[in-house]
Ligand binder design. Structure first.
Ligand SMILES: O=C(O)C(=O)C[C@@H](O)[C@H](O)[C@H](O)COP(=O)(O)O
Length: 358
């Protein structure tokens, strides 16, 4: 098992490896002040598939089962989770444990951030996607008008990433999560991207050790950015590469029809095409597109431009009503730029053509 430390205002460990879950009770015992009671918020599918090891290694005083996937990030489920915390009698020294993918972590983290104005929580991510969302303290729920519109920066006390959860992930979830790994490479590390493009030819047959290496690398890249800018005042926005258009597609399709990472991949290709036009990108975007299509990403979307534009107008990176995009001057050289609507429209139709001939 490997251990990383994230420094983002506070410091906390990320344990990553085959049997990381076994460390849960030790990690909790080491928290100061001592934890008085524990509420486990867990994704229903994860509980179905991993009940035995979860019950054995996570000793909670109360448990509340959340709907699987993005549906958990609603005001209704937030109210229910808050109710579960109140009924369990959590106090200010209690702990919430989030066991599930990105949506579970975001909902549980937001519940912890707001319960009695903030209590501690631990992330137990169970998906590839959550190597990203479990680290860095962004917690939120969705609004029909936009993704993650109600939220808070609230760092976890620890992240316990047991890779045995990943073995039961459906291929679509693997693909969705891997988009965020690719994002970390694109924004920060040319060499890492080359390794991914060379090694990953079939997402169904990912080598376990290579996957752990890639997840750790992604977490290190993210940790380094979050250490410098916890609250997204500047460079943390780079972690949002692919998310401006991606979140718009996700919200347009009603949160669920397409998975988050599937939308982020569409958004990243969009941002790469935009980077060719509005930044100095000379990287071979066509080769990248061929690779991602060959490993199963679908770049098609039926979303009409005007509706995506209205959603992008609500993006959290915007300033003074101007849409701002993370572009790349090169792989590993992100830049935040204001973009005009005409350019956004041109690239929307360029991406549509690429999607149709993929
Ligand atoms: O941690 C960040 O910062 C990110 O932007 C990472 C994203 O991959 C993640 O999906 C995040 O939750 C999106 O945040 P938002 O601010 O665009 O809602």
């Amino acid at each position: 098992m490997e251990q990383l430390t994230i420094n983002a205002g506070v410091s906390y460990p990320v344990l990553i490896g085959e049997n990381a879950l076994r460390e849960t009770n030790r990690v909790i015992r080491e928290l100061k002040p001592a934890v008085t009671s524990i509420l486990l918020l867990i994704d229903e599918r994860v509980y179905e598939l991993h009940k035995e090891s979860v019950d054995r290694h996570i000793q909670s005083d109360a448990l509340y089962i959340l709907p699987a996937g993005e549906q958990a990030k609603s005001f209704k489920v937030y109210e229910q989770a808050m109710g579960a915390a109140l009924e369990a009698g959590l106090d200010r020294h209690s702990l919430i444990i989030a066991c599930g993918g990105g949506a579970t972590g975001d909902l549980a983290g937001f519940t912890a951030a707001t319960y009695m104005r903030g209590i501690r929580y631990i992330q137990v991510p169970t998906t590839i996607l959550a190597h990203d969302s479990a680290v860095g303290g962004k917690t939120a729920i969705n609004h029909p008008l936009g993704k993650n519109m109600t939220g808070s920066f609230h760092q976890p006390s620890a992240v316990i990433y047991d890779r045995s959860f990943l073995e039961t992930l459906p291929l679509r979830e693997v693909r969705s999560g891997f988009a965020e790994v690719i994002k970390h490479a694109l924004i920060a590390d040319h060499q890492f991207l080359s390794e991914l493009m060379y090694e990953v030819t079939d997402l169904e047959k990912l080598d376990k050790d290579f996957l752990q290496y890639a997840l750790k690398k992604g977490i290190e890249i993210k940790g380094d950015i979050v250490r410098q800018d916890e609250r997204e005042q500047n460079i943390r926005a780079f972690l949002n590469f692919g998310h401006t258009y991606g979140h718009a597609v996700e919200a347009w399709s009603g949160f669920g029809e397409k998975l988050h990472g599937e939308c982020v991949m569409i958004g990243m290709v969009y941002a790469l095409l935009l980077s060719e036009k509005k930044a100095e990108l000379t990287f071979d975007v066509n080769r990248f597109v061929q690779w991602v299509v060959s490993i199963g990403y679908d770049l098609k979307t039926k979303a009409p431009f005007d509706e995506l534009l209205n959603l992008m107008k609500k993006d959290k990176k915007n300033l003074n009503r101007k849409i701002r995009f993370v572009l790349l001057n090169n792989v590993g050289e992100p830049v935040l730029k204001e973009i005009e609507e005409e350019d956004l429209k041109d690239i929307h139709f360029l991406l549509k053509r690429k999607g149709e001939i993929q």
